[in-house]
Ligand binder design. Structure first.
Ligand SMILES: Cc1ncc(COP(=O)(O)O)c(C=O)c1O
Length: 343
């Protein structure tokens, strides 16, 4: 009754984090300021929940468009950017889905669900991407879709503008530049949007992971076609109201992102001073570390009440690697102190 290749998959695992300091999922550790929280609850209570949500979301698209400097018909909204990745893989021309390796796992997972071949290009030891080799792979594997996470998850680095531009200029299919971690990076590649280059962004890392709201920016004709595979009413009324409200108060989240970047630099300096640990440069809201005994360190941190992400089992470039999300200053201090005891 269920396809055998689906039966052989493992479902996306979300570890139980009850009682732990949660530094595993790149969430923003700061909560909503009290004044915003009460205004927001008031707004939600005004929602006509007996009605279906606004299906077209023109108002929300206009607000996003204004913030991003594009037209409203260049905006596609998804239930998290995950849903947009799914729409893209459903709708793209037949052909492989090209990705660097390692990168965000959902590109490959969703491609598998939709029986689309995946072509992956291993990153170099310093996590850099050989743009020419990537393009050659795309041509060889007849890729119709390529995803570049900039900055990349889980490595945290940003591929240089000229490399991404080279891929944008020469790739024959649809290139998706995924800026999920854009709020923490020093550059954006939004200016690269063309007929075959789209940008993907999310509210999740900026302080609204619970909303599930992501969006794509691209050519209006491509966005119109992608809308044909968007489920009707994919964004519920409460999320639409919340997203518009939060866009009005965007400066609050930008300020939080700034504090997260400062904490990232403070943590990076503290961790770099430790022996027996490698810390990689990051333009995201997390750091990638390499230690000799990753699994023991991961378990030891859990015992100490801190949950991070163990990437060691993924092997090759990620051998010995742990990914830690930047938390509140006191959470970060607890993490660094616990880590010192374990390496
Ligand atoms: C690179 C990248 N893109 C997209 C997503 C998905 O974000 P969302 O919460 O909007 O589905 C993530 C989540 O971790 C990510 O790391």
């Amino acid at each position: 009754m269920i396809r055998s290749d689906i039966r052989s998959l493992t479902a996306y695992h979300v570890p139980d984090s009850s009682g732990l300091i949660k530094l595993d999922a790149m969430e923003n550790p700061y909560t909503l300021p009290d004044n915003l929280r009460s205004e927001w609850s008031h707004l939600l209570s005004s929602s006509n929940i007996n009605r279906y949500p606004d299906a077209d979301m023109l108002d929300l698209r206009r607000r996003i468009a204004e913030r991003e400097g594009v037209d409203a018909d260049q905006v596609l909204i998804g239930n998290g950017s995950d849903e947009i990745i799914q729409m893209l893989i459903m709708a793209a021309d037949p052909g492989a889905c090209a990705v660097p390796k390692p990168t965000f796992v959902m590109y490959e997972h969703i491609a598998k669900w939709l029986k689309r071949p995946v072509a992956s290009m291993p990153l170099k030891a310093d996590f850099s991407l050989d743009a020419m080799a990537f393009l050659n792979m795309c041509a060889r594997e007849k890729a119709s879709l390529a995803f570049l996470s900039c900055p990349n998850n889980p490595t945290g680095n940003m591929w240089p503008r000229e490399d991404v531009q080279q891929i944008a200029d020469n790739f024959r299919g649809l290139l998706i530049i995924d800026e999920a971690y854009g709020p923490f990076a020093t550059d954006t590649y939004r200016d690269m949007i063309t007929r075959n280059v789209m940008l993907l962004r999310t509210f999740s890392k900026l302080g609204m992971a619970g909303l599930r709201l992501g969006y794509a920016l691209g050519d209006a004709a491509i966005i119109a076609d992608l809308n044909k595979v968007r489920l009707p009413y994919n964004i519920n009324s409460l999320t639409q109201l919340s997203a518009s409200f939060f866009l009005e108060h965007y400066a609050v989240f930008e300020e939080q992102a700034k504090m997260i970047c400062q904490e990232r630099e403070r943590m990076s300096t503290a961790l770099s001073a430790l022996d027996k640990l490698e810390v990689f440069p990051s333009q995201a809201n997390f750091l990638l570390l390499r230690v000799a005994n990753a699994t023991a360190v991961f378990e030891g941190l859990k015992q100490a009440g801190i949950l991070i992400k163990n990437l060691h089992a993924k092997g090759s470039l990620l051998e010995g690697c742990l990914r830690v999300t930047i938390g509140l200053p006191e959470e970060n201090d607890r993490f660094v102190n616990a880590l010192k005891e374990l390496i």
